[in-house]
Design a protein around this ligand. Structure first.
Ligand code: FES
Ligand SMILES: [Fe+2]
Length: 355
């Protein structure tokens, strides 16, 4: 199967379509109470996840009067009210009132039912994979978790580089001196399935829990030991990818859901939702503060790694060159599996497009 190039406009359109096809919206923990309306980062805030008395819908966030964005922040209420001229909508999108109009125009917000997959909400069929079947001590469960925050980062590289770095541990020792104080990149187990990969990583054997250390990961280890009563879980991290672009990461007492979006061949966006174990967060908030600091330190190092791949491949491709990838045994199994999936998926899309 030919490897798809990174800077071919026609291939790139197929990549965007493939990523949109997954249909992930948000975890329902982002709108836990009846009346909660949550603007969707992964949809550029053009849509909301709305909890209408326990029914979760995807509702347009663009007013039917003069197309203003309605909500910029999460909100709770019995109605959606556009701040600009106060058109009001029911939570199912039905227009209720248009002030000054003699009669209410027939203009509702576009709305759609959603599907549930372990609390993650989709506007299509969810992934065909039973998360409960993964042997990981329940570490992919969201039970007891509470939504903490969401954010996104725009990057100046091709979206596939984000995943190619996410899916391998070969770069961890050279690129993440801090993280390797916490995890052992060689203590790695893979589950490679047709629709996803699961990367299970153990703790560093040189773990140095030290609350007074200058190293963030030593302080994080100390806080984790305190929180867990000295009993470390089997895995430090689980990094899963549901092809093509939905990641669920598990750290002790923490879950992170990310979706990476192709914007142009030279730009992508990563949307991140963070969830904390509710009771652990109440008793040991310091662990979670340290986690956020450590997580974003590692993310900055990954950005540098992605940028290296991007620049090398961009210059090679634009000069008409080509070189093959060699995969390191075990440590790069995930990126090899993803690239095989992608080659097939993009070729299938081309064949469908040609019919
Ligand atoms: S644009 Fe929303 S009410 Fe006018
Ligand atoms: Fe990394």
């Amino acid at each position: 199967m030919p490897f798809p190039p990174y800077h071919d406009p026609e291939v790139f359109l197929r990549e965007q379509a493939l990523c949109r096809n997954l249909g992930y919206l948000a975890h329902q923990l982002s709108a836990p109470a009846p009346g909660d309306c949550f603007p969707l980062d992964a949809r550029d805030y053009a849509q909301l996840l709305v909890n209408d008395a326990g029914t979760y819908r995807r509702v347009s966030n663009i007013c039917r009067h003069r197309q203003a964005r309605i909500l910029t922040e999460p909100a709770n209420g019995k109605k959606l009210i556009c701040p600009l001229h106060r058109w009001s909508y029911a939570l199912d999108g039905t227009l209720l009132k248009a002030p000054q109009f003699d009669s209410c125009p027939d203009r509702s917000l576009e709305a759609a039912e959603t599907t549930d997959w372990h609390g993650l909400r989709f506007d299509r069929e969810p992934p065909e994979f039973d998360l409960e079947s993964v042997d990981c001590d329940g570490r992919l469960s969201f039970t007891g978790m509470r939504y903490h925050s969401s954010s996104h980062t725009d990057y100046a590289f091709h979206w596939r580089h984000f995943l190619e770095i996410y899916l391998e541990n070969y770069h961890v020792t050279p690129m993440h001196p801090g993280l390797t104080r916490f995890i052992d990149p060689n203590a790695l187990e893979w589950e490679l399935h047709p629709t996803c990969s699961i990367q299970k990583v153990g703790f560093s054997r040189k773990l140095k829990p030290d609350a007074g250390s200058r190293e963030i990961y030593d302080r994080l280890a100390a806080a984790l030991m305190k929180l867990s009563g000295g009993e470390l879980p089997r895995y430090a991290t689980l990094w899963t990818l549901f092809y093509p672009n939905l990641m669920i990461e598990s750290y002790p007492y923490i879950r992170v859901i990310s979706t990476v979006w192709p914007i142009t061949p030279n730009r992508c966006r990563n949307s991140v939702e963070i969830f904390f174990d509710q009771s652990a967060h109440e008793t040991h908030p310091e662990y979670f503060e340290l986690f956020e600091e450590a997580y974003f330190e590692t993310a900055a190092e990954d950005e540098a790694a992605c940028q290296m791949l991007h620049e090398g491949r961009r210059t090679l491709e634009t000069s008409g060159g080509f070189d093959d990838t060699l995969y390191a045994p075990l440590l790069e199994d995930g990126v090899r599996a993803f690239n095989e999936y992608l080659s097939e998926a993009l070729n299938t899309r081309r064949e469908q497009g040609n019919k």
